[in-house]
Design a binder for this molecule. Structure first.
Ligand SMILES: [Zn+2]
Length: 586
């Protein structure tokens, strides 16, 4: 990542700070006066202090997420928590002098959205760096790179991310293609999924990558027919070049975090799960959250391959230090395998053209590490995409529980793209969380043109099988994997419900039998994601006593046609009773 002046990011943050009232800002809306009697005729002034709301939201369509009582009209907030949920008349009974009344005028309210899997720093940086996500042709892609390079003549490196495998005739890029665009300085562009890097010749030269370079464990230096590196580096081989890219300074990371936190609040997020972080980044995130207190972050530390007592003690210190409040450490996260397009996801059957993927662990190593963390009371999150990788993760969890006699750890498998159908019941049986990403089945050109053919028809039919996962009784937590996909939750809900692009293609949706109802998608982004972080007692549904984390949307998701979900705007985000985002039009 080169250090660039990020005028755009600064502008977005400034605009957002000015627009979405920060929690430190007091609400300017006048309280409604005079107070009315509620239906029972009880005078509000007779309320004891504990029954008096600071704020009531009335005349809405409130989706509570609570199975017994999914819909209500209104809710009352006192301090950081919900005081009451019910009819507007009931809730008005909690208003007294000084209570702010928010008339929702029929707007849709849901529990604050929870993103069950993202990378906050990468996502935050993606708001300001060269993004190649929407370039599906080679010409469009190289055009964006050329433009960025011309606009940033002082950057020592040309860096960016988001390219799709579909933009390249061979499914993988080459250094010669990049040399034609950037020849006089090193260039390093990371694929949209973060699992393959594309270097130009100068970057390879600086990294000392030649035909003699050996493939590192868990990675591949892609070579041409003559054995020369092509410029594509997969998985751990990405470090060969990636480590040379100038590192961001702590204050640059903190600025990015602040910007990302503000953006997350504007998308209706009140909580996110950070999938892996190191101790230094955790400190920086703590500082950013203190400055922009608009998000709760549940953190998974990076897993250690060899969790010795010393390693566990060091991680335990962090868990104890961040055990409550907005920033909470509770899990460790590792990678069992890679991704489909790079053919690194671990499969039982070979990919077209050969190979069954690149597991990062042997089953024995994985079992040992998982058992040690399980014994020490950690929740383990394992990225596993191929059917064999998913089986390895489930097997490690099952063995750990059996060997340690533990239960209720809520270990998680992240992504679960191509599970064997027969393995899905293992989630419920072992209490393992299915942590999937709502936009992963987004059927764009990359998905249909590269992802699906790389799987082949039999595996494609069981890919991102959200419905089958639900039907197998698993707790399914939705996330975005931001920056892999946007963390804009309404886009995720739209994708899970329609399985089409925003343009509505393919008609009827890709693998339409796996489409979800709106209610199921909402549940995965709220209640189930709260459960996945052991947080269901305090959030995930709108119930008295729970945190007042909620979102007000411009459209009633349960009433509009699915193809309109994507156009929904987040009007208000409330975190612990305080506004963290308010749209101008609300
Ligand atoms: Zn991830």
């Amino acid at each position: 990542m080169s250090r660039r002046v990020t005028v755009l990011a600064a502008a977005v943050l400034a605009a957002s700070l000015a627009n979405g009232a920060g929690p430190e800002k007091k609400e300017a809306k006048p309280a409604q006066a005079p107070q009315k009697l509620d239906r029972a005729g009880q005078a509000p002034q007779r309320l004891d202090r504990a029954g008096q709301a600071d704020r009531i939201f009335v005349n809405g369509r409130v989706w509570t997420g609570e199975p017994g009582r999914p819909l209500a009209e209104a809710l009352a907030v006192r301090g950081t928590t919900i005081l009451a949920v019910g009819s507007s008349a009931d809730v008005r009974g909690h208003s007294a002098k000084g209570t702010e009344v928010v008339d929702l005028r029929g707007r849709f309210v849901a529990p604050g959205f929870i993103d069950g899997h993202l990378h906050l720093l990468g996502g935050s940086l993606s708001l300001e760096e060269l993004r190649l996500d929407d370039a599906f042709t080679f010409a469009a892609l190289t055009g964006l790179v050329r433009e960025w390079a011309a606009a940033h003549p002082d950057a020592h490196w040309v860096t960016g991310r988001g390219w799709a495998y579909a933009a390249f005739p061979d499914g993988l890029p080459s250094r010669a293609q990049l040399d034609a665009v950037v020849a006089n300085r090193p260039a390093w562009l990371v694929s949209y999924d973060g699992h393959t890097g594309w270097a130009n010749s100068m970057a390879l030269r600086l990294a000392g990558v030649t035909r003699d370079t050996k493939d590192p464990a868990g990675g591949e230096v892609v070579r041409d027919g003559k054995g020369e590196p092509t410029g594509a580096l997969k998985e751990s081989a990405m470090d060969l070049v990636g480590r040379l890219v100038p590192k961001l300074l702590p204050h640059e990371k903190e600025r990015a975090f602040r910007n990302g936190i503000a953006q997350a609040a504007a998308w209706g997020l009140t909580s996110v799960h950070q999938a892996g972080i190191d101790a230094e980044e955790l400190e920086i995130l703590e500082g950013a959250l203190a400055a922009v207190p608009r998000l709760r972050v549940y953190v998974a530390l990076d897993i250690e391959r060899d969790p010795t007592p010393e390693v566990l003690a060091r991680q335990e210190d962090l868990r104890r230090r961040f055990s409550e409040g907005r920033l909470r450490v509770g899990a460790v996260k590792g990678y069992v395998d890679g991704v489909v397009e790079a053919k690194t996801a671990a499969m039982f059957e070979p990919y077209p053209g050969g190979g069954t993927g690149l597991p990062n662990w042997t089953q024995e190593e994985l079992d040992r590490a998982v058992a040690a963390y399980d014994q020490a009371g950690w929740q383990v999150m394992l990225h596993a995409i191929g059917d064999r990788g998913i089986d390895m993760a489930l097997t490690a969890y099952e063995r750990a529980a059996r060997a340690n006699g533990t239960s209720g750890r809520r270990h998680r498998v992240e992504h679960i793209e191509v599970a064997r159908t027969a393995d899905l019941p293992r989630f419920k049986a072992s209490g393992v969380i299915a942590s999937t990403q709502a936009m992963f089945p987004y059927p764009n050109q990359n998905h249909l043109g590269v992802y699906v053919p790389t799987l082949g028809p039999e595996r494609a039919r069981r890919a991102m099988a959200f419905r089958a996962i639900d039907d197998a009784g698993a707790v399914q937590s939705f996330g975005s994997d931001w920056p892999v996909f946007t963390a804009e939750v309404v886009r995720g809900i739209a994708c899970a419900v329609t399985r089409t692009t925003v343009e509505g293609t393919p008609a009827g949706g890709w693998e339409p039998s796996q489409r979800l109802t709106v209610e199921a998608a909402l549940r995965h982004f709220t209640r189930d994601a709260a459960f996945a972080e052991h947080g269901e007692k305090e959030k995930g549904t709108l119930e008295p006593g729970k945190l007042a984390d909620l979102v007000v949307l411009s459209q009633d998701l349960l009433a509009i046609p699915p193809e309109r979900i994507k156009d929904t705007k987040v009007l208000l985000t409330v975190l612990g009773g305080q506004d963290t985002w308010r749209a101008k039009e609300f």
